[in-house]
Write a protein that binds this ligand. Structure first.
Ligand code: NAD
Length: 271
């Protein structure tokens, strides 16, 4: 494995068996971290997480799979307690798990609204809180030069781009933006770093409908000045950087990994 600065670090990646989470887990492991790949307790995500553990092991890296529904307070407390008990500490949280439940606004059920908020916003709160509780018990172990803990929220370009028919999702990611910034402001004096990555259109199953035919992909790419859909590894590399000491002076910021989607490409040559 490459060693890019995360030797000896312990990381949790929520929803790390698929898509952006899986690529983030791989990138962190390639840099030397031991990764806890969290997965939903009941469904195929357990097998996906175990597959990713095996893929990391094949490359000489270190990972384990651990169940917990991010929206369940007791399960998250257990996930963090078991991680710290097993590995002695936690250094990095990648708050990745997320879902979509699109609907016309007037047809959106309270269950659809709550499901998205529970995972995308409350889940990120519960995991960040568990991480901060642990990080606050740690002392900087290298003078003043590095953080005692690091949280990377996976937000979305929809923390700033409004999204019709996905009002629950956009509201959850807008919430993540100010959760991240307010938390970063609060815990910076403890040398805890908190940032977000806002992916644009990344090729995963969450948005399969937007890229699974040539025609749809061509429509999607019109929104992306850089001219291609993103791959999970594009986000994984950014996660690795934000989780490493190379970004030590970066906190409270959103890094857009979107091929320029937030540059309002419709205005190119117009307006
Ligand atoms: P994905 O559907 O491939 O992965 C989502 C992961 O979250 C899966 O592993 C799933 O099992 C897990 N998950 C869902 N609910 C969970 C729960 N309650 N507890 C634990 N795990 C749970 O999609 P993805 O694109 O990899 O999404 C990852 C994150 O990236 C999400 O937060 C999503 O909003 C965000 N994002 C994705 C894109 C994109 O274009 N793919 C763009 C912007 C933001």
């Amino acid at each position: 494995m490459d060693q890019q600065g995360l030797d000896g670090r312990i990381a949790i990646v929520t929803g790390g068996g698929a898509g952006i989470g899986a690529a983030s887990a791989m990138a962190l492991a390639q840099a030397g971290a031991t990764v806890v790949i969290n997965h939903r307790p009941r469904d195929s995500s357990r097998e996906a997480a175990e597959k990713q553990v095996a893929a990391i092991a094949e490359q000489g890296g270190s990972a384990v799979a651990m169940p917990a529904d991010v929206s369940d307070e007791a399960q998250i407390e257990t996930l963090f307690a078991q991680t710290i008990e097993r590995f002695g500490k936690l250094d990095i949280l990648v708050n990745n798990a997320g879902i979509e439940k699109p609907a016309d606004f007037d047809q959106m059920t309270l269950a659809d609204w709550n499901a998205v908020m529970d995972v995308n916003l409350t889940g990120q709160f519960l995991c960040a809180r568990a991480a901060v509780r642990h990080f606050k018990t740690r002392k900087p172990d290298n003078g003043d030069v590095r953080a005692v803990g690091n949280i990377v929220f996976i937000s979305s370009v929809h923390e700033v781009i409004p999204w019709a028919f996905q009002t629950n999702y956009a509201a959850s990611k807008g919430g993540v933006m100010l959760l991240m910034k307010s938390l970063a402001q609060e815990v910076a004096p403890y040398k805890i770093r908190v940032n977000s990555i806002a992916p644009g259109a990344i090729r995963t199953k969450i948005n399969k409908e937007a890229w699974d035919s040539k025609e749809k992909l061509a429509e999607l790419v019109k929104l992306i000045p850089y001219g291609r859909i993103g791959e999970p590894e594009d986000v994984g590399r950014a996660v690795r950087w934000l989780a490493s000491d190379d970004s030590d002076y970066v906190t409270g910021t959103t890094l857009f990994v979107d091929g320029g989607m937030t540059l309002y490409p419709g205005f190119r040559g117009a307006g």
